[in-house]
Design a protein around this ligand. Structure first.
Ligand code: 6R9
Length: 658
């Protein structure tokens, strides 16, 4: 193992990570985009010359009721940004666009999963709805600093609920709608939430799926919740209790006027729980001024957003940080027009995403490698049926993007003309940290490239020394950044131990990285997934990318399993592309392909062809469970798995694994 995971005891450590994958393809920015880009190469120099002045200029893109006195107060590892400044996040995301004469501009095109079910919300509509919801929350007794848990499907009331909380200074804690009653009650209790906002249900894969019964179940454990506000979405039968109130009864009768009071730059905005690999979920705390500054600036810079002409679509769920920062706060602060889609990409057919792109003439698309690899598996002919000529920038987030998936995305979705921005960040970082700039960077497939201006990320070895070009090691961030988490809710010590103790004075996100000969960064997955084979640290990402570069493979997950000879041996689980036949010698073919691409050291001991891979609900591969399978152990905690029947399917493949 390469290193200790945040929150875990150090295990055997090695100095660096082997650097196996060589990728030479490179794509220059389109000339037209480069000429009119929001952000040019000068931003790197400006930020290098004076980092704090750079972030002050980014903060000036927002509307402040009172300007800050001090840009950064740093008592390591506790940061305060824009100290003394006051602003209202909802005012910045909504009202100020209406006041600037853009009330008729569309904020959200909402597309329900059932076809033909859609809604359009302008900025004026949003102002009215958010004001009514803010008045409603106040009528329920919610005051500044109170916590509100939100457990909802992807309907317009979800961003409205977030903004209503932000407007009155209540701290929202969104719990993804796919989580269980016990996950929900655990999060409600940890944050001591007073009110829960939910819906009767949502649409998922063509059928209504209930949410309210899960809330009822969870609340058996949560006596301090005083009200449950329920949106009617599906119309299904639900139990109604004394503390329940319908959204349409309470919110619809409220005044459309609500005065947004200024909040302190460091007042909490929200808590979002990350499950991580071990232990209790961590309540990541984000605050007001710095968070909005960095989400808005990065959205403007990384996607080159032109609010007058772009139609932007981020396919994440608002229940994850990507949805918070890049469906709600960043895009709205910039006055963008966004698409929100309620459902899954295969309902009612596997071309649904591309139909949505065609319908709304989406120009900027932000999605995840797991989705891209699924589309590759379904086949090139599906996107080819749709007109996607409106697209101009493509983004990726959530996992390392395999070079082959990047190239497929660029070619089959982006018509070989759109730059792909691979954006590295975390719930904890709040906003994008490492990414190409689409008008500046010549992108390499699979590389997140450079820290954004104003971000001081580095790759260090075990001794906290910067690795030279060509080396690999641990990703760190050297200086505080505006959208960084401020602490773990109610547990400062866990915040210190988890993120700031591995390397003195540096933030350690838990990811491995390499720096290539040009100094560009490649993210190599979580360090607790790194394999140690015959004394070499090998990243799962590189072996997976080598497998995905074989024309028959759509998706791959590799793990290290204990091996008497090599310490650990590589075991690979692969999904074949739709068109590929599973032949008897496929395993040998793929093993040879990896040996040729990366060298004999990376040759998997076993290769299994499987129908699915275990994923978290946000689409990340759960290698921990595959390690259990590969080492013949009983499975660990499967509660965050999307679909636990997947593990049974994989187990049936096992005899051949020996
Ligand atoms: C935004 C989000 C964070 C972890 C992170 C890393 C992985 C995210 C990535 C990436 C390689 C990228 N990750 N983006 N790895 N390249 N572009 O996903 O937040 O759910 O907290 O996950 O996801 O391992 O540490 P979160």
């Amino acid at each position: 193992m390469a290193a200790d995971t945040p929150g875990r005891d150090p295990v055997e450590t090695q100095e660096t990570l082997s650097n196996l994958l060589q990728e030479t393809r490179k794509f220059a920015p389109p000339a037209e985009l480069a000429e009119s880009a929001n952000v040019t190469a000068a931003a790197y120099e400006e930020a290098a010359a004076d980092r704090l002045a750079f972030w002050e200029r980014a903060a000036e893109r927002l509307t402040w009721d009172r300007r800050w006195d001090t840009t950064l107060e740093w008592n390591p590892p506790f940061a305060k940004w824009f100290v003394g400044g006051k602003l209202n996040v909802a005012y910045n995301c909504v009202d100020r666009h209406v006041e600037a004469g853009n009330g008729d501009k569309v904020a959200y095109y909402w597309e329900g999963e059932p076809e033909g079910d859609s809604r359009t919300l302008t900025y004026a509509d949003l102002k009215r709805e958010v004001s009514k919801a803010a008045n409603a929350l106040q009528e329920l007794g919610v005051a500044k600093g109170d916590r509100v848990a939100i457990y909802m499907p992807m309907i317009p009331e979800l961003p409205i609920a977030l903004l209503a909380c932000a407007r009155i200074g209540a701290i929202h804690s969104v719990v993804f709608g796919g989580f269980s009653a016990s996950a929900l009650s655990g999060r409600i209790l940890d944050a001591d939430a007073k009110v829960v906002i939910t819906a009767d249900g949502g649409f998922r894969r063509g059928a209504p799926s209930a949410l309210k019964p899960t809330v009822d179940e969870a609340l058996k454990e949560c006596p301090d919740v005083t009200s449950v506000l329920v949106v009617r979405r599906t119309g299904q039968e639900i139990d109604f209790n004394d503390r329940d109130v319908w959204w349409h009864d309470l919110v619809d009768r409220q005044s459309e006027e609500h005065e947004p009071v200024p909040h302190d730059a460091e007042d909490p905005l929200y808590i979002l729980y990350t499950s991580g690999t071990t232990g209790r979920p961590k309540g990541i705390l984000h605050t007001t001024g710095g968070y909005l500054t960095q989400t808005a600036w990065t959205h403007h810079a990384v996607f080159d957003l032109k609010p007058e002409t772009d139609i932007y679509w981020c396919t994440a769920d608002i229940g994850w940080v990507t949805g918070h920062s890049y469906i709600v706060y960043g895009p709205l602060a910039n006055g963008a027009t966004s698409v929100i889609y309620e459902g899954t990409p295969d309902t009612p057919h596997k071309g649904r995403f591309w139909e949505v792109v065609q319908k709304y003439k989406v120009t900027i698309l932000y999605t995840a490698p797991t989705a891209i690899r699924t589309f590759m598996k379904w086949g090139d002919d599906i996107p080819a049926k749709f007109d996607m000529s409106s697209l101009r920038v493509l983004g990726s987030v959530g996992e390392p993007i395999n070079p082959e998936a990047y190239v497929w995305y660029r070619e089959h979705i982006g018509g070989s003309r759109c730059p792909v921005v691979d954006t590295w960040w975390q719930t904890e970082t709040g906003a994008i940290m490492i990414s190409p700039l689409p008008g500046v960077t010549a992108g390499k497939p699979g590389a997140a490239m450079r820290p954004l201006p104003g971000i001081t990320a580095d790759v260090v070895d075990d001794q906290a020394q910067s690795v030279p070009n060509g080396g690999g090691g641990f990703l760190v961030v050297r200086d505080p950044w505006p959208a960084m988490l401020r602490t773990i809710w109610g547990d400062d010590q866990r915040y210190i131990d988890t993120y700031w103790s591995r390397f003195d004075g540096m933030y350690f996100p838990g990811d491995g990285s390499k720096r290539d000969e040009d100094g560009d960064l490649w993210l190599l997955g979580r360090v607790d997934d790194v394999m140690l084979v015959s004394g070499h640290n090998i990243s799962t990402t590189e072996v997976e990318s080598a497998l995905v570069s074989h024309p028959k493979v759509a998706e791959a997950a590799v793990v290290g399993a204990t091996d008497p000879v090599t310490g650990q041996a590589i075991v690979a689980f692969t999904i074949l592309r739709g068109s590929a036949e599973e032949s008897a010698d496929i395993a040998a073919e793929l093993r040879n392909h990896v040996a040729k691409t990366l060298g004999p050291i990376a040759k998997p001991r076993q290769i299994l062809v499987v129908p699915e891979l275990p994923k978290t609900r946000s689409g990340k591969i759960m290698r921990r469970l595959l390690r259990d399978v590969a080492e013949n152990r009983s499975l660990g905690d499967v509660t965050t798995l999307t679909d636990d029947s997947v593990m049974n399917l994989i187990a049936t493949k096992l005899p051949s694994a020996k």
